[in-house]
Design a protein around this ligand. Structure first.
Ligand code: NZQ
Ligand code: ZN
Length: 385
């Protein structure tokens, strides 16, 4: 088991009605920049509720609306100017990962004397950040309790993350009822994202991090069990609550401590989103079974055997056979059960930029479970067409 430092300073208020805890924002000052997306929080009545609590607490609220999925750096720059001109004390993100990541980036960018993209190129430059609070409305990214913020600069086809303990939210409100309104496609994509976060840590060469791997399996089993229920019954509290807690834990570090390994599908997917602005979880679902198939070999079969037996209950002594069956079940889950697109072609991606995207992400794949070359990535991409 590898060494690690456990540091999770985020206070989570989990459950129905927990939005009342927004009054705790007063511990960080009086001027709040509330960040949100394209309007779902108004349709759900969360905006109104939040405004009421913030007003009763005596907080002055400024607003930055219009965060798009795959959040763009331009809006972050706008937010930073607003924070400086209005002497904002803290950020409140209400939404999914894109909204939270925008707020985190603004929080760090406001305290940095330079362009915010520098913090993506070198996160060690993050020396301070305004406190970030969140109200989560979509289970997927785990941004509500982790140290990452992912931004896109479409003018340069770049999508990348900054990462710092200083970005970990001060407090997050996770009310599963707020996810009842998440559309089917987004619920499916969010579930695929959580599954991928668990896989990225699970497929590790480390063999003795028993505890971490069992936690990863718990995330996976939760997604496989409750994803379909949430799709069939969007207001099933048990399903939405378990998915929400799985999303938070899939990428908070919990499944990574002691198992540390470079990620595989995320660097590849970020290229797809950077060039084609596709939904993150959709890209991951398309890539994952092909990546698994590509790396399954006599050397890696032990891990796929473990996955198949522990998560899918597949019996048999032959790791390769169990692994093949587990990959089949994984693909069926993404495409038949969750109903996600099966191919890159279906989401409008052709052959044109595959080589360029493969070249861009290869340097990040050197420390993966199976290190991937440009040729490997290209083969995986082509298999996805
Ligand atoms: O804009 P609004 O109106 O809010 O609509 C959003 C958006 O259109 C909608 N939505 C959110 N909550 C809803 C809802 N619609 C109805 N009811 C609700 N309760 O859902 C759409 C997608 O929202 P978005 O925030 O983009 O989704 P997600 O949470 O999946 O975030 C994706 C972004 O996070 C990044 C992804 O790359 C992508 O940019 N990631 C962030 C990570 C992190 N910070 O650690 C890690 C991940 O691996 C990922 O890369
Ligand atoms: Zn992800």
């Amino acid at each position: 088991m590898k060494n690690f430092t456990y540091y999770v300073p985020t206070k989570i208020h989990f459950g129905q009605g927990m939005i009342s805890h927004l009054s705790e924002l007063s511990e960080s000052g009086s001027r709040v920049l509330m960040v949100y997306g394209g309007g779902s929080i108004k349709r759900m009545g969360i905006y109104e509720k939040a405004m009421k609590i913030l007003a009763e607490t005596g907080l002055q609220v400024f607003e930055l609306a219009g965060v798009e999925p795959n959040p763009k750096v331009e809006l972050v720059r706008e937010g930073i100017s607003l924070c400086r001109s209005q002497k904002i004390d803290m950020l409140l993100a209400i939404g999914g990962g894109s909204v939270i990541d925008t707020a985190k980036s603004i929080a760090a960018g406001t305290c940095y004397d330079g362009d915010v993209w520098d913090l993506i190129e070198d996160s060690s430059k993050i020396k301070a950040a305004l406190p970030v609070y969140t109200v989560l409305t979509l289970s997927a990214t785990g941004s509500e309790m982790n140290k990452n913020a992912v931004l896109s600069d479409m003018s340069r086809n770049l999508k990348d993350s900054m990462s710092s303990d200083l970005l970990k939210p001060r407090m997050s409100i996770c009310d599963p009822t707020y996810t009842f309104s998440v559309p089917k496609g987004q619920t499916a994509a969010g579930t695929a994202d959580m599954i991928s976060h668990a896989f990225e840590n699970y497929f590790s060469p480390v063999k003795d991090a028993f505890m971490g791997f069992r936690l990863g399996e718990a995330v996976l089993r939760t997604c496989f069990r409750y994803g379909p229920i949430a799709l069939a019954e969007p207001d099933n509290y048990e399903a939405r609550a378990n998915l929400m807690w799985a999303s938070t834990n899939a990428i908070s570090g919990t499944t990574k401590f002691g198992t540390d390994v470079g990620w595989s599908c995320h660097p590849m997917e970020h290229e797809l989103s950077a060039y084609y602005d596709i939904t993150h979880g959709v890209g991951l679902a398309i890539l994952t079974p092909r990546w698994m198939k590509h790396i399954l070999s006599p050397e890696t079969a032990w891990k796929f055997g473990e996955y198949g037996r522990e998560v899918w209950g597949i019996s048999g002594e032959d790791d390769l056979k169990v692994g093949e069956e587990a990959i089949k079940k994984t693909a069926e889950f993404f495409f038949d059960v969750l109903g996600l697109p099966r191919t890159l072609t279906e989401v409008g991606i052709g052959e044109e930029k595959l080589e360029l995207m493969a070249e861009n992400c290869t340097p990040r794949l050197a420390n993966a479970f199976v290190p991937l070359t440009k040729e490997d990535v290209l083969a995986i991409f082509k298999d996805c067409l």
